[in-house]
Each structure stands twice: as structure tokens, then as C-alpha cells.
Design a protein around this ligand. Structure first.
Ligand code: HEM
Ligand code: HEM
Length: 441
């Protein structure tokens, strides 16, 4: 009898190991996370997920979360509770600040949890976590070395992490047969899997260091690259190209150069938008942050700007001067450009960019502002000089022929030598001369 029950226990133990195919990733020595997906969850796509998190007690806390960024991540943070047990705190990441307790995540702490020697272990099941169990999903992890937190409240205040990382877990490799705690064996003993290697996300599954189901976190690497390209493209459009094309208008007076460059910036802006939406979707923060909301509003509002520009142009060709639509085009454009530049700053804040990036961004934005301002002042000065010259040479009856600015020197020379009149730009009717719709000056 005794022998047969031992055999039965051994068979049960062997079978529990055979099917305990949970995936494991050790972020650093003995700081590990495992996830097991019961068959029933795998087949329906949602349901219980079994977690095990272990870390030395020389860490204040250890946390993991879904996604590749803090913002929008569902996180689980463990720390000692001060009485030999471990607190599992579900939290919602809101950006680069302390994640707040999220009571909507349904967590139950299971057998095998507690502090054993200098290791804290939390086995827990989550019944309503929104993550992809059929393929690779990206996860983030962070930990902080320091004295034990010893707090039993899930709302305990934690200090900012010292180390952070992200990786891909292929949860389709994490299937366990039973919908029950896979981290204790038939005798109720913990089956902690503390691989000794560190996070290996260099590609393929990795079992050599004790990590299993860890795959190249292509998702997060890609979304970082896409984020950089998004930031670069959107910033070049708003911070450099739009103000540059705008100031060329009063400086050169050539509407087609202005319109051509602005259409280029318009296209870049939409490419930046598409990439931003892709990153925001991947990281689950779409329309949840000021940056994504304001950016979308500004970019959508920009749709009208080329239309206003064209309407202004048509108005000018017809009436030889500015109309209300011209001021709409000018001021609508200036306001949207400024909002776009501010939004880029919010993007840097959201991505917690290094101060080097922030300084570079502010410097380029500042330089472009100065270029715009100097360009406008120079164009205005040239315009008033032109007026003075015109005053000296014109009969009072001809004064309505004043040009907008004096950018076309050859035109002025012809005008001054009496061979032809410059064409006016704003508000002045031009009588008798053919209007060259390609040149505003
Ligand atoms: C995204 C596209 C565009 C943006 C952001 C934009 C922006 C601007 C801005 C800010 C100004 C004022 C420049 C100043 O401070 O003096 C301006 C002027 C002007 N724009 Fe555009 N523009 C765009 C497209 C176009 C298009 C497609 C056309 C035309 C066919 C056009 C025609 C003009 C003209 C003729 C002026 C001179 C208005 C005047 O000074 O009376 N723009 N634009
Ligand atoms: C005015 C247009 C926009 C500009 C100038 C802009 C610029 C930026 C910049 C400079 C960053 C920082 C990237 C880094 O630190 O390397 C960023 C991040 C980001 N942007 Fe935009 N952006 C714009 C619009 C949008 C829109 C419309 C969306 C989505 C709907 C979006 C989504 C994102 C996301 C998801 C990030 C990463 C945030 C994170 O890492 O947590 N952006 N953007």
C-alpha cells in the first residue's frame, strides 16, 4: 500500500512536471518571472494566468507589466509584507510616474508564496489580464535593490526603479494542462525556477540559461525604432520645414516655393502621424495622453491649411490683395505650427527622453523661431524701404502701385527707370498691368 501510494505520488509529480510548461525569464540572477497558461485559457483566449515572481529580499520590490512602456501597462509588483509573506500589488502604469494601485485586476495569491531565507516568492493567479496568449507579447520588468519594503498594503509607495528591461514572451509555449497552481508539486512544495542567467532576448527561445519561451522582443525593439522615426519625421515637419517654408513666403514672395515645401511638410506630417498611431497602438496609449490627443487634433486641423492657402491664392489672383481668407491661412497656420512644436515637447516628456534630446529639440525650435522673426522683420524693413523709394519717385496719383516688398531687385530697377511698374501685393489694386500669379512680390 505504502509503496503503491509512493509510486502514485511519483507518477503525479512526474506528470505535473511533464506538463508544467510555463515560460520563465530571469531578468538578472534570481529575479525571475514565470507564466503558465492553462489549456482552457489558451483555447478560449482569456481566463486564468498563473504567475510566479521571485527575487532576493535584498530588493525592495520587483515588478513586471504588459506592453513595452509604463504608460498603459498592467503591472504586478511584489514586496515583502513584514510578516514573512509577500504582497502582490496590481497596478496601472500611467507614464513615467509611480504606477497606481489597480483594483480592477483580479489577483489571488496562491500556495508557495512567502519569504524563504533571502528569497521572496509570489505565486498568484490573475483572471482578467488582457494579453495575447496565442503568440508573442511584450513585457516590461523593473526592480529596485534596497531594504525590504515590509508593507502589506497593495498601495505601498515604491521608489523609482534602478533597473528596467523588456522582453518578448511566447505564451503559446506556456501551456499547462490544469487550471491550477503549477508552481507547487504534488507534495505542495514550491517548484521555483530560478534560472541563473540574465534576460536573453537576442532571438529564439532560450533554455540554456533557464529561460524558456523568451523570444526576441521584436515588438518592443520595433516600436522603439518606429517611435524614433515618428519623433524625427514629425519634428522635422513641424519644427523645421513648416516655419522655414512659411518665412520664405514673405522673403521670396514666390507662392509656389512656399506651397511646394509646405506640401512636403504636410506629407511628412502624415507619415509621422501614421508612425505615432502605430506606436501608440502597440503600447496601448492611443488617445490616453495629451501628446497623442493634441497631436491628432493638430494634424487633423492641418487638413484645411493647404485649402486655405489655395483659397487665399485664388482670392489674391482675383482681387490683387489679401482678404479675410488670407488672414485665416496665415494665423491658422501659425497657431497650428506652434501647437505642433509644443506637442513635440510633450512627446519627449511622455517618452522620458534624455535631457540631451530635450535641449536639442528646444534649441532647434528656438533657432527656427528666431529665423522666422528675423525673416519677417527683414521682409517688413524691405517693404517699408520700397515704400519710401516709391514715395520719392511716384506721382501722388500712382501711389496705389506700391509693391508688397522689394524682393525683386530687377523689377525695382525697371520700375525706377520708368520701364515698368512693380506689381503690388497686398490690399492695393493694381490697375492696368497684367498680374503674374506666380510672383507675389
Ligand atoms: C500645410 C500647408 C501650409 C502651411 C502650414 C502654411 C503656412 C503659412 C503661413 C504660416 C503663412 C504666413 C507667413 C508669414 O508669416 O508671413 C503663409 C502664407 C502664405 N501661404 Fe501658406 N501654408 C501652407 C500651404 C499653402 C498653400 C498650399 C498655398 C498655395 C497655394 C499657400 C499660399 C500662401 C501664400 C500666398 C501666403 C502669403 C499670404 C500673405 O502674406 O498674404 N500656402 N502660409
Ligand atoms: C504634432 C505632431 C507630433 C509631434 C511633433 C510629435 C513628436 C514626438 C516626439 C518628439 C516624441 C518623443 C520621442 C523620443 O523621445 O524619442 C514623440 C513620442 C511619441 N509620440 Fe508623437 N508627435 C506628434 C504627434 C503624435 C500623434 C498624433 C501620436 C499618436 C496618435 C503620437 C504618438 C507618440 C507616441 C506613442 C510616442 C512615444 C511615447 C512613449 O514613449 O511613451 N505622436 N512624439
Amino acid at each position: 500500500m505504502k509503496v503503491s501510494s509512493r509510486i502514485a505520488a511519483a507518477v503525479a509529480l512526474a506528470s505535473s512536471f511533464a506538463y508544467a510548461d510555463y515560460v520563465t525569464n530571469c531578468l538578472t540572477d534570481n529575479v525571475c518571472i514565470s507564466i503558465g497558461v492553462p489549456e482552457v485559457t489558451a483555447s478560449s483566449g482569456s481566463g486564468n494566468l498563473y504567475f510566479q515572481m521571485t527575487a532576493p529580499t535584498s530588493y525592495s520590490w520587483f515588478g513586471i507589466g504588459t506592453g513595452s512602456r509604463m504608460a498603459g501597462s498592467s503591472m504586478f509588483i511584489i514586496y515583502t509584507d513584514g510578516s514573512g509573506n509577500v504582497t502582490v500589488s496590481p497596478r496601472a502604469g500611467t507614464g513615467h510616474s509611480q504606477p497606481s494601485h489597480d483594483s480592477s485586476l483580479s489577483v489571488e495569491v496562491l500556495a508557495g508564496s512567502g519569504v524563504d531565507g533571502d528569497t521572496m516568492t509570489a505565486n498568484f493567479v490573475v483572471s482578467n489580464l488582457d494579453t495575447d496568449v496565442a503568440s508573442t507579447s511584450t513585457w516590461i520588468g523593473a526592480y529596485k535593490s534596497g531594504s525590504s519594503l515590509d508593507d502589506s498594503s497593495p498601495e505601498a509607495s515604491i521608489s523609482e526603479h534602478g533597473s528596467e528591461t523588456s522582453w518578448g514572451f511566447d505564451l503559446s509555449q506556456a501551456t499547462i494542462t490544469d487550471d491550477s497552481n503549477p508552481y507547487v508539486d504534488a507534495n505542495g512544495d514550491t517548484t521555483t525556477d530560478t534560472g541563473s542567467g540574465s534576460n536573453d532576448s537576442s532571438g529564439g527561445s532560450d533554455s540554456s540559461s533557464g529561460n524558456t519561451g523568451v523570444v526576441d522582443s521584436g515588438g518592443s525593439t520595433n516600436s522603439k525604432t518606429i517611435m524614433y522615426i515618428h519623433a524625427l519625421v514629425a519634428s522635422v515637419a513641424f519644427v523645421i520645414l513648416m516655419p522655414f517654408a512659411s518665412v520664405l513666403m514673405p522673403l521670396l514672395g514666390k507662392w509656389y516655393i512656399h506651397a511646394g515645401l509646405q506640401l512636403l511638410s504636410f506629407v511628412l506630417m502624415w507619415i509621422g502621424f501614421g508612425l505615432g498611431v502605430k506606436v501608440a497602438n502597440d503600447t496601448g496609449i492611443i488617445f490616453k495622453q495629451t501628446h497623442t490627443i493634441l497631436g491628432t487634433v493638430v494634424i487633423c486641423a492641418m487638413i484645411f491649411q493647404p485649402v486655405f492657402g489655395w483659397l487665399h491664392h485664388l482670392h489674391y489672383v482675383k482681387h490683387q490683395g489679401r482678404g479675410a481668407i488670407s488672414y485665416v491661412h496665415i494665423w491658422y497656420g501659425r497657431v497650428l505650427m506652434a501647437l505642433g512644436v509644443i506637442n513635440g515637447g510633450l512627446g519627449l516628456k511622455l517618452a522620458n527622453a534624455g535631457s540631451g534630446y530635450k535641449i536639442a529639440y528646444a534649441a532647434v525650435a528656438g533657432i527656427m523661431f528666431v529665423v522666422y522673426a528675423i525673416g519677417k522683420i527683414a521682409a517688413n524693413m524691405r517693404k517699408s524701404r520700397s515704400y519710401k523709394k516709391a514715395e520719392m519717385h511716384e506721382e501722388p496719383s500712382q501711389r496705389s502701385r506700391r509693391p508688397y516688398n522689394n524682393s525683386d531687385e530687377a523689377e525695382w530697377r525697371r520700375y525706377e527707370s520708368g520701364q515698368g511698374a512693380p506689381q503690388p501685393y497686398e490690399g492695393h489694386r493694381y490697375e492696368g498691368a497684367r498680374y503674374d500669379s506666380n510672383r507675389y512680390a
